[in-house]
Design a protein around this ligand. Structure first.
Ligand SMILES: [Zn+2]
Length: 175
């Protein structure tokens, strides 16, 4: 019995180390891009520690959570540099907006965000526009194109469509 438990926990431990060894490589890649983006375009996040993790259970490419956690779907591992930058710039815009408003506001907003579709739509559109204003229109366009293709969407509900990104970016001379 004792040996059996030992064997189980050893297997679990081995699996944990094995998975994290490979995950580390991707997290490091994301961290490098985040550091570069923050340095260039997100002055409000300069003193914040952005923590990146991977997930594989929701139909989203990126995810922002309070306390500056950014989740990246495991599906993104093979994505191009541009696409990854598009996702991370989008999530960093959420983080910066949260940093401006404060953690209390962010916690309340976070709860409402998941319950009210209209609020989610408005927030994602505002956020995508912010990504464009910061100069990452082409990166956002690339990743949005991928989402539209993968999910067979004519129009993105939560956020700008690829067409809208392009026309908004052209309008404000950020294309
Ligand atoms: Zn978002």
């Amino acid at each position: 019995m004792f040996n059996y438990i030992n064997l189980l926990s050893f297997r679990r431990f081995y699996k944990f180390v094995f998975i994290n060894y490979f995950m580390k490589e991707y997290i490091e890649r994301y961290n490098d891009i985040v550091n570069e983006l923050v340095k260039k375009s997100f002055s409000k996040l300069k003193d914040k520690k952005i923590k990146i993790f991977e997930f594989g259970f929701i139909n989203l490419y990126g995810l922002f959570l309070p306390f500056n956690f950014i989740g990246m779907n495991k599906k993104c591992r093979g994505f191009s540099e541009e696409e990854i930058r598009g996702i991370l710039a989008h999530e960093l815009c959420h983080a910066e907006f949260g940093a401006k408003k404060g953690i209390l506001w962010l916690m309340v907003f976070f709860v409402f965000y998941w319950f009210f579709s209209k609020l989610r739509i408005d927030e994602e559109i505002r956020n995508d526009r912010e990504v464009v204003k910061k100069g990452y229109a082409k990166e956002l366009f690339k990743i949005t194109k991928r989402i539209e293709k993968e999910y067979n969407l004519d129009n993105i509900k939560y956020g700008l469509s690829s067409k809208e990104i392009k026309s908004y970016a052209r309008k404000i001379k950020k294309w």
